[in-house]
Design a protein around this ligand. Structure first.
Ligand code: ZN
Length: 437
């Protein structure tokens, strides 16, 4: 860690308090369920907590998000700092209540701690502190936080539309996605700066099981969704993953380094090894299907005797989406499951890992955290950054918050938490990003 961290240590308590208060506003987004009052309370809290931001930045008054402009010396290649404000529901049995914002065991616990109130807290603290120093950025800085990212809502698309309508020039966008990852492997002695450079394509299906074969519809549905689905396409090391491995190789002992330098020959064993070491990331290697409960909007017209769910077939940009969809439909049909396509999202655009945006992010992160191994990777889900692809010059998916792999695993899961001392460097990252424009 750099000396800068010591200077900002006294502010750690303030940052921690801010994040716990943000978590206490249960800004849950879920189809068919939304308590608007929680968003009102959340905004009231932020306005009180960040008086300089809300009095000195221009509120662009775009529907469905917080969208503010901090005027800089130039309007060319503005910087957009993003992180959504809504969270997914908190089901299951949590160690600490998910909306109490508990500080315990050196960690801040609660829904949104990872995804993504920690990075939004850090963005706001960074900007507020610079405003207090009367700092003026070289370029315009936009702060954007959607209220409906988790349900693919309108907040971010509205903001992008506003920017297009108003002729805004956007240089770099930094949204959620990757993280500063504490070394995930015992043999790797350095931390990783995992920067998301691409997203997956996905097709959502409403699937319906009927009663039959002596079983009710619900039993048939649960049997289908818990069964191991057949392969929906080839498992492969995508170009993003190949680049990741190439960058990690020099820090790995033999024979891993040799295997990576002969990647074509060792592709299969490398996939097997990585799937074993990082079980949560299996989906990175090819097409797959996951299931989620059908929302009330989707199920509104479902008659009795039919059990619905939503299936999401997703794949990397280099995979064959059509083939994956066809194979999934055949598999569902074989199991007497009716399938109806709900929506389709075809991802495009891969942020170049040797491009300006990536390199700048790497430079700033190294300044704050010391030497990290900066690696590109394909993110498994989607982010609001995708709305900027083709419009902004560079799109980086990174929450500059230091986490373990286990903490990343609490994303959309129970016991979501971040380390209390991860907040200071995250704030510093955004400060340095703004100062470097
Ligand atoms: Zn998120």
């Amino acid at each position: 860690m750099s000396d800068l961290n010591a200077v900002f240590k006294p502010d750690a308590a303030r940052y921690g308090r801010t994040l716990t208060e943000m978590i206490r506003c249960a800004t849950v987004s879920f189809d068919g369920f939304r308590d608007e009052q929680t968003f009102v309370d959340y905004m009231n809290y932020l306005q009180k907590r960040f008086p300089l931001i809300f009095s000195q930045c221009e509120d662009l008054r775009v529907e469905g998000c917080i969208f503010l402009k901090w005027k800089g010396n130039s309007s060319e290649d503005s910087l957009v700092l993003m992180s959504h404000s809504d969270v997914v529901p908190a089901d299951g049995d949590w160690k600490y209540p998910p909306f109490d914002g508990v500080l315990a065991e050196g960690k801040i616990w609660g829904r949104g701690a990872v995804d993504t109130k920690s990075s939004f807290c850090a963005i706001l603290e960074a900007v507020e502190s610079l405003l207090a120093e009367q700092f003026v950025p070289e370029r315009d800085v936009y702060i954007l936080s959607s209220f409906s990212e988790e349900i693919a809502g309108d907040g971010a698309p509205n903001a992008v539309q506003w920017m297009k309508d108003n002729g805004v020039s956007v240089g770099l966008v930094v949204d959620e996605g990757g993280a500063v990852l504490e070394s995930p492997l015992p043999m790797l002695k350095k931390d990783l700066l995992a920067i998301g450079i691409s997203e997956r394509s996905s097709v959502r299906f409403l699937i319906e099981a009927k009663a039959g074969k002596g079983k009710n519809a619900l039993t048939n549905l649960s049997q289908f969704v818990t069964k191991k689905a057949p392969s929906l396409g080839k498992q492969q090391l995508t170009p993003e993953l190949r680049e990741l491995l190439k960058r990690v190789a020099p820090f790995l002992p033999a024979p891993a380094d040799k295997m990576i330098s002969n990647i074509d020959r060792f592709e299969k064993p490398l996939i097997a090894l990585l799937s074993k070491l990082l079980p949560g990331f299996k989906a990175m290697f090819g097409p797959c299907v996951s299931f989620v409960p059908a929302s009330s909007k989707v199920t509104a017209d479902v008659k009795a005797g039919i059990a619905p769910a939503v299936a999401v077939v997703s794949c990397n940009q280099c995979d064959d989406l059509e083939k994956a969809v066809r194979l999934f439909k055949e598999y569902a049909e074989k199991n007497d499951i009716a399938v109806k396509e709900l929506s389709r999202r075809v991802a495009d655009g891969i942020e170049p890992p040797d491009g300006e945006g990536f390199q700048k992010t790497e430079k700033i992160a190294n300044k704050v955290y010391g030497e990290l191994i900066a690696v590109p990777y394909p993110i498994v889900g989607n982010t609001d950054a995708r709305h900027f692809v083709g419009f902004a010059k560079n799109c980086i998916r990174l929450s500059p918050v230091r986490m373990t792999l286990a903490q990343i695993g609490t994303f959309h899961n129970k016991d979501e938490n971040v380390n209390f001392d991860a907040l200071v460097p995250a704030v510093l990252f955004y400060r340095e990003m703004i100062k470097d424009l």
